[in-house]
Design a binder for this molecule. Sequence first.
Ligand SMILES: [Zn+2]
Length: 297
Amino acid sequence: MAVTAVRPIVLAVLAVLAGSAAAQDKADKPARNGLDGPAKALFGGKKGPADMAARSIGFYTRGCLAGGLALPVDGPNWQVMRLSRNRNWGHPNLIRMLERLAEQAPKLGWPGLLVGDLAQPRGGPMLTGHASHQVGLDADVWLTPMPDRVLSRQEREDTSAINMVASDGNDIDPAVWTPQHVAIIRAAALAPDAERVLVNPAIKKALCRDARGDRSWLAKVRPYYRHEFHMHIRIPCPKGDPCKPQDPPPGGDGCGKELDWWFSDAARKPPKTPIKPRPPLRLADLPPSCRVVLTAP
Ligand SMILES: [Zn+2]
């Protein structure tokens, strides 16, 4: 009797295990047939923009971009890095914001911008890095000043950005931090279009210490994990676009307790129970118009 009672349970357990293995297998497979695979493979495979009016669709971490515009790889005061990634695409508002910031840079003693990832030609999730950068409203700008010459394609792949944070993570590295860093981050935060500028907590700490005069711009500079090598500039959802706005940053300069938390054990210790990796986003997880964006000519 014991054997007959146990058998169905064993079979049920085996069936469940087989089911979850199959589900995992399915989650890992790239897009094999049509549009069923992970959305990052679908959007990451698109070489050019969707020929549609420019629109940011969805949310920074779950969406796509119609009518993406490319930031030219060389501008008067900027150079795009890592050209092989083809991530110099954005909403026209983002491109305009970067061009204006680059224009201001030399007046601030910052020779020009080295521009990292914006978005893929049609936005969407990416095969590597970044949970956000999906709707063409996010831009990474290196905290390394632009050299006084045009970098070759290869140099743009190989050159490393400078780590601005000391090895203990508690403050900036004084050997590389300059007043011009304060000036360029301030200019980014003061850009009319900028909603948030994400930097490492140690960098925010240095800005809190170094900012002179009006400190209101500090409200937009938000501490976040990593971001030791670049600042991440985010602009708001354009008026009339089908995207979801993010709550504006809380008021105040953000230099007090809120910043202290980032240096606490709670912020630094890994969680006790490891966070389960989320399954990759699929096309069905994105707003329905992203299917149109993906399949548009
Ligand atoms: Zn970023």
